[in-house]
Design a protein around this ligand. Structure first.
Ligand code: HAM
Length: 445
């Protein structure tokens, strides 16, 4: 985290961002904002409302929900003992927090289903690599209060619409059912039996999980174990009638919506709370960390966290870092720039013009134009700067212009200059102004 630099004869440690965390810088932050604006617009259309939960939670929340045997809880959670002795964690995910808040605030008393979305940082102490960070961001949604397969299909449709609205193509939707409390115990017995003769050939974690939580074996990423995992019985062959019907209907409803998917019988996901439908969305441009979103149903989680009434639910989280990475790669390939448009650069020439330029900038900004003023410097330098900042136009404010009450408007790409009044300037530029919400809804059609 430190490196040393010599300043004025003294060696000072340079402090860098903590391993696995990173600064998000412009112009990429514009893409983050765009992704978030598009998501908010899609959430609005599906009647989801925002929830903001704390980043700090009680450790036991994740132990009870995500599961004691999961990698997230055993290896990856950032935990500490607070001064009063309470055990706290930086949230590794947000579904558990949403359900905690749902119970704590009696959201079941509100009318209809609770459809909640969130955006924010999560923390997992994983080995950092491209697309995998220790502080990463998720955009997620949870629909609580129904076990209907129609809700599963609507939620999956929502994720797909987000990705389409962001012009993302070539993603794969992987789908599975992990059964319910009725049928899973019998399957786990079958799985345990199948693991007995082969577990010794697997990694040490799988050897332990074969006993403690055999479903987690299916989630193992160790290359050498994959051949064994391929041969293990799958849950799809052991679903009860209700789970089988539920899964069949989800598939039919996705087909009705022309959403293509691939059944992946070993997709169990790395969290213990799932029941029935589970899914992941992957994209080839990402390499090893190819999942851009994951989700599933979690009937029974609310009761596990103390709810008196059942509150079945389903949700998903998009990995925003990974989504932005894919979009950035695609935009670069298409030669599209991320730099936000600067509508106008104002180049004042002379002391008197500076004050006028500042007043003009202030008026134009109130008309929602993005304006930069070059305070000081020769005109040639200011025009170079305007060019480098990607301004579409520059207005030159000099003594002549001030005397005549007119401005010189320079079109930056052609170099063409014309004289305009302020009203004419506004008329020319106003058509090009936009805001994030408008741009998102224009994109969505
Ligand atoms: P998850 O699969 O653990 O699910 O995470 C969802 C997404 O977050 C992943 O597909 C990935 O894109 C991103 N992600 C996870 N870990 C990292 C990391 N270390 N660095 C960068 N991105 C990462 C959940 O978290 C569940 N809460 C999803 C859910 C919501 N299920 C029901 N509702």
């Amino acid at each position: 985290m430190f490196c040393y630099r010599l300043t004025a004869g003294r060696v000072r440690a340079v402090i860098r961002a903590v391993k696995g965390t990173r600064d998000l810088l412009p112009p990429t932050t514009a893409l983050w904002n765009h992704v978030e604006a598009v998501c908010r617009e899609v959430f609005r259309r599906y009647n989801y409302q925002e929830i903001r939960t704390p980043i700090l939670e009680d450790v036991s929340l994740f132990v009870r929900s995500v599961g004691e045997e999961t990698d997230i809880v055993t290896k990856e959670m950032y935990t500490f003992v607070d001064r009063d002795g309470s055990q706290l964690a930086l949230r590794p995910e947000c579904t558990a927090s949403v359900i905690r808040a749902y119970i704590e605030h009696r959201l079941d008393q509100r009318p209809g289903l609770q459809k909640l979305y969130y955006m924010g940082p999560m923390f997992r102490r994983e080995r950092p690599q491209k697309g995998r960070y220790r502080q990463f961001y998720q955009i997620g949604a949870e629909c609580i209060g129904s076990e209907s397969p129609w809700i599963d299909a609507e939620l999956i449709e929502l994720v797909v619409r987000v990705l389409e609205a962001l012009e993302l193509r070539d993603f794969q939707l992987l789908l599975n059912s992990v059964g319910c409390r009725d049928c899973r115990p019998a399957y786990l017995q079958v799985l345990r039996r199948a693991l007995q003769p082969v577990a010794s050939r697997m990694c040490v974690n799988c050897q332990r999980r074969a006993e403690t939580n055999p479903l987690r074996v299916l989630d193992c990423k160790v290359e050498a174990d994959q051949a064994v995992i391929e041969q293990l019985p799958t849950i799809l062959d052991h679903l009860c009638d209700r789970c089988r019907e539920h899964f069949a209907l989800v598939q039919r409803l996705l087909e009705d919506r022309q959403i293509s998917f691939q059944i992946q019988p070993r997709l169990v996901r790395g969290l213990d709370y799932y029941t029935r439908t589970t899914f992941e969305i992957t994209h080839g441009a990402l390499g090893a960390q190819n999942a851009i979103a994951g989700g599933g149903r979690y009937d029974g989680l609310a009761e596990e966290l103390g709810a008196k009434q059942p509150a079945p639910g389903i949700g998903f989280s998009i990995g925003e870092d990974r989504l932005v990475l894919v979009l950035e790669t695609l935009l670069t390939k298409q030669g599209r720039s991320l730099e936000p448009a600067l509508d106008l650069f104002i180049a004042p020439v002379g002391e008197e013009a500076v004050a006028e330029a500042a007043r003009l900038a202030s008026r134009l900004r109130r008309q929602s134009l993005a304006v930069e003023v070059g305070y000081g410097g020769k005109l040639k330098r200011l025009l170079e700067l305007a060019h480098r900042l990607g301004a579409r136009h520059t207005v030159i404010v000099g003594e002549d212009e001030l005397r005549q009450g007119r401005l010189t408007l320079r079109q930056m790409d052609s170099g063409e200059q014309i004289q305009v009044t302020e009203a004419e300037l506004l008329d020319r530029l106003a058509r090009r102004s936009f805001n994030a919400a408008e741009s998102a809804s224009r994109l969505l059609g």
